[in-house]
Design a protein around this ligand. Sequence first.
Ligand code: MV4
Length: 445
Amino acid sequence: MFKKILIANRGEIALRVIRTCHEMGIETVAVYSTADADSLHVRFADEAVCIGKAQSSDSYLNIPRIMAAAEITNADAIHPGYGFLAENAEFADICEEYGIKFIGPNGEMMRLMGDKVTAKDTMIKAGVPVVPGSEGLLESVEEAKELAKGIGYPVLLKATAGGGGKGMRLVWKEEEMEKAFDSAKTEAAASFSNDGLYMEKFVEEPRHIEIQIAGDQYGNACHLSERDCSIQRRHQKLVEESPSPFMTPELRHAMGEAAIKATKAINYESVGTIEFLVDKHRNFYFMEMNTRIQVEHCVTEEVINYDLIKEQIKLAAGEKISGRVYEPTMHAIECRINAEDPYNDFRPSPGKITTLHTPGGHGVRIDSHIYAGYTIPPFYDSMIAKLIAVAQTREEAIKTMERALSEYVIEGIKTTIPFHLQLMQNEDFKAGNFTTKFIETFELK
Ligand code: MV4
């Protein structure tokens, strides 16, 4: 097992990793920017190294400085958290070159899944269902028009280097194709320095349901059930839960088997997530694979009663997956508390937290790095806490969440707490009746 892990991240996820390391008897090194000198991850780690200025490119994205911090502290592994360098194949390669274990998959697996056309092709060969569409990249507008005739409108143009909606265009009829094709190409080139596009049939009002997976270095793989992440706004997740209210035992079995096929097809090593679109008839299609631990991993931890960060560290150290069958025994819901004004188009609201009272009691978990007197810097992601409610049924979990949200006091900044409170009282949400389009039609009062 590792003796010392450097955490190449900040905020709640850095704290989350430090906590598990300490339970495992592993020493920790925090890295931080000048804007994060007063952060809890710096205080809770055994050692801390300042790696540069506030801007991410000078600190949390600066590979040479992070490698230097790992060398001077003699860390034998690096945990990347999520975001920043977590899905940077070059960083994973450099760690390997330096003999420092990157806690995650290798660079090759990241590249394979990072290019969406390659990922889709790999899944087709593995027998995982995908959305009907183009085979490979589109060569021209003419080819796009020909293909769309066969697929049937509406179709979606997607960037092969994309994800999260960038470079994506919905096309309803042939007359719109040329403009959509050109603008998607331009956006993809500007965002990813890769203008490759592909096409898919548009799945209307889908659910976003993802399967947590784990694979070891010996080709074994398992799934750890699903999370429903359909409640999103502009491709930012707001609420996640497990199990999905849309799930049936048959669908879980089928999606779980498909996710295991996907994991084995690339010999995936570490924890990861297979994202699926699920239509109203419960047909499911591979969308993307996330080769990292995700923000919403906590809901899975709560329903299967298992520490996924510990599992991830053990897999990186060469342990085998246990062969245990993971079935959700509880219901968990996570609300992302962001320093944003939900009454003002979710505009970021950084600043000093003057008063803080955190909820507690039965069935409540909070993963957060904030404290009274802490100043949220404007340079990074606006998520400041994850509030997780756990109960035996979905109905009870919603009640627990509502109660916890109403206890939560964060003063000095605006937060998304009022948004979540209202969502927990919404009849369609309570009935489990929502798709990825839900938030567009949900008005805050
Ligand atoms: C789709 C889709 C419908 N049909 N693909 C959004 C971001 C990227 N990960 C893929 N996305 C979508 N792909 C087909 N063929 C609808 C979306 C989509 C979406 C997916 C998941 C969660 C929220 C979403 C919001 C808008 C669109």
